[in-house]
Design a protein around this ligand. Sequence first.
Ligand SMILES: [Zn+2]
Length: 377
Amino acid sequence: MLRTASIKLETSVADAAALLALQAAYAAACNRLVPLVIAYRCWNRVALHNLAYTDLRAHTPLGSQMACNAVFSVCKAYKAQKQLGRIPKDESVQAVCFDRASVHFDKRTYTLKGDAVSLYTLAGRIMVRLLCGAHQRRILDGGIAKEAELICRKGQWYFNLVVESEDHQPVASGPVMGVDVGENNLAASSTGKVWGGGDLRHRRDQHLALRRRLQSNGSQSAKQLLRKISGKEQRRVKHINHETSKAIVAQAINVGARKITMEDLTHIRRRIRAGKRMRARLHRWAFRQLQTFVQYKAQAVGIAVELVDPAYTSQRCSECRALGRRIKHRFECQCGFRAHADLNASRNLARIGEGIAWPRAAVNTPDVGCVARHASP
Ligand SMILES: [Zn+2]
């Protein structure tokens, strides 16, 4: 698994000047390659190297390895363009501008030395201290450092280092844990845990009420405040999602789960009730982020993650499969089964994950169109 640690660099005035000079020369070298890419429709690394290397060495101050890296960066940028469908077959290739390019470093242009890094510059190697936080340190310690991108953001230099960590042996046996990412709570698991009810939801709704007031106000200062609280809210949600996903994966480890089954959120619209349209739209990204965090934290410990079509997981009884009644947070079934609605849904997800199919009759009723009409605004 590849992860990127974005590490701040502690640079002196002289260091910063050396990095700036390198960045300018690197960008110029990349831009020098662009006409060749266009003329030869060439973004293969070896082919472009053969076309351009001598010229780069003769007309730019880059050393041999940095010249290779410039070829790499240009090929990577054009491959990305191609993948995005921006290089149609019968049309000429467009120029890409590399003015604020990041500088690609590989094993031959940087060396990690404890909490410092030795970096190639036009004036020889410089040693710069890495300002690692706990998060970056964990990533660094958890694997082998690969290539990196040197970037400058608002006058601060960062070393974005790709770290390859060994894939954990997949957990071979054990139960499947269903996790329902919910409206009422952040999440509920088939093992009986519920995360993030009450207070979190209250604060979220307060925020939304404020947001709505500001949106209807429309003045310049209201817009500014809206942007500010939006950023703040996003950071808060991200923090909550990190904590919650950590707890969910810890629970999965605790019960020895081999797999976590969640619903495929492309279907979430179906489930949001009519009056909650606003809330649903604003928070779908938050649900998806929580799932993504669960996915990569689970993967790191060898637990598989599966996303499934959630059809009926919230309406059906996880005991007898009949259609039950959902009254706010409660789920009730005629068979006598009663549970928190989100817990019932997570138990259904676990069953789907275990590969226990619904009885045929149950799948065929009710009509899907009917459910969709009922649920969508
Ligand atoms: Zn039942």
